[in-house]
Design a protein around this ligand. Structure first.
Ligand code: BEZ
Length: 264
C-alpha cells in the first residue's frame, strides 16, 4: 500500500493554477458524467482523483456530502482550499474508507492509474452494496494523434524507444469485463470521440504536452526537451490544427456500474 508519506515525497507534476487556467475544459466538459451520477441530497460521494475539486463542488451543491481523494499533494491542497474541507492524499490503487460510501465518482483520473484491477477492487471495497461507480476516463485511441506526433519527433533524434506512455486507455469491452469480474454490474458503458479544443493553450498541443506529457519525455536530455515538443507540435498540426484552432483528439470512456453483494 502506498503511504501518505511516500506520496508527499514525490514531486508533484501539476501546476494547479495553470491546470485551471488552460485546462478548465476538463471539468467544463464533464457535466454529462455528473448527470449520470445524479447525486442525491443526503448521500456520500467519493471523488477519486478529485483534482482541484471543481466537480466535487458541483456534486456538493446538489446536496451530497463529498469525500475528496487525490494522489497529488498539490491537488489535495487545491481541493481542500476550494471546498473548505479536508481532502485525503491517497493512491487510487489502494485507497480505503472507514465507512462505505453511496457512490464513487471519477473524471479524467482513472487513466493515470495503470493497474486497473487494483483500482476496481479498491473502489468496490469502498462502496456499500448497491452503491454506484460512475466515471469518465480516456478510452482506447485517446490522444493517439498527440502520442504519435511526439513519437515521430523523438524518432528523428533516435529517442523513440525510450518513450514510456503513462496512461491506461481501455476498450469498453475490456473495462466492462474488469468491472463484472470484480463484483459490479455494468448499467451503461459508452466509448466516443470528443475532439476537445485547446483554445486556452496558445501553443496548443505543445502546451498540452508540457502540462500532461512530462513522463513521455523523461528520458530526453533537458536541453533538448523543448525542441522535441515544438517539433511534435509541427508534426501534429496537419491532424490537430484546424482553421487556426488546436484540438486534442480525446476519446472518452464513460460508465455506470453498481456494486453487487458484499464488497469486503
Ligand atoms: C484525458 O483526459 O484524456 C487525458 C488527460 C491528460 C493526460 C492524458 C489523458
Amino acid at each position: 500500500m502506498t503511504t501518505t508519506q511516500e506520496l508527499t515525497r514525490r514531486p508533484s507534476p501539476w501546476d494547479t493554477g495553470r491546470y485551471d487556467a488552460q485546462f478548465g475544459y476538463v471539468s467544463r466538459l464533464a457535466g454529462g458524467v455528473v448527470e449520470l451520477l445524479a447525486p442525491q441530497p443526503g448521500e456520500t460521494v467519493l471523488d477519486l482523483g478529485c483534482g482541484t475539486g471543481e466537480l466535487a463542488e458541483v456534486i456538493r451543491a446538489r446536496g451530497a456530502a463529498v469525500v475528496l481523494v487525490d494522489s497529488d499533494p498539490e491537488m489535495v491542497v487545491a481541493a481542500s482550499t476550494r471546498l473548505q474541507q479536508a481532502a485525503t492524499l491517497a493512491d487510487g490503487h489502494d485507497f480505503r474508507v472507514t465507512t462505505p460510501v453511496d457512490a464513487v465518482f471519477s473524471n479524467a483520473a482513472l487513466h493515470w492509474m495503470t493497474r486497473p484491477d487494483e483500482v476496481v477492487r479498491a473502489v468496490r471495497a469502498a462502496l456499500r452494496p448497491g452503491g454506484r461507480f460512475v466515471a469518465e476516463m480516456g478510452g482506447a485511441r485517446n490522444v493517439a494523434g498527440i502520442i504519435d506526433a511526439l513519437r515521430r519527433a523523438l524518432a528523428e533524434r533516435g529517442l523513440a524507444a525510450g518513450m514510456r506512455v503513462p496512461w491506461y486507455f481501455p476498450e469498453p469491452a475490456e473495462y466492462a469485463a474488469l468491472l463484472e469480474a470484480n463484483g459490479f454490474r455494468v448499467k451503461l458503458i459508452e466509448h466516443f470521440s470528443r475532439p476537445t479544443d485547446l483554445d486556452d493553450c496558445p501553443e496548443g498541443v505543445v502546451d498540452w504536452l508540457r502540462m500532461f506529457g512530462s513522463a513521455l519525455t523523461e528520458h530526453v536530455p533537458g536541453a533538448d526537451r523543448e525542441d522535441v515538443l515544438r517539433r511534435a507540435g509541427e508534426l501534429a498540426a496537419p491532424e490537430l490544427l484546424r482553421d487556426g484552432r488546436w484540438y486534442a483528439d480525446y476519446w472518452r470512456l464513460r460508465f455506470v456500474a453498481t456494486a453487487e453483494g458484499a464488497g469486503r
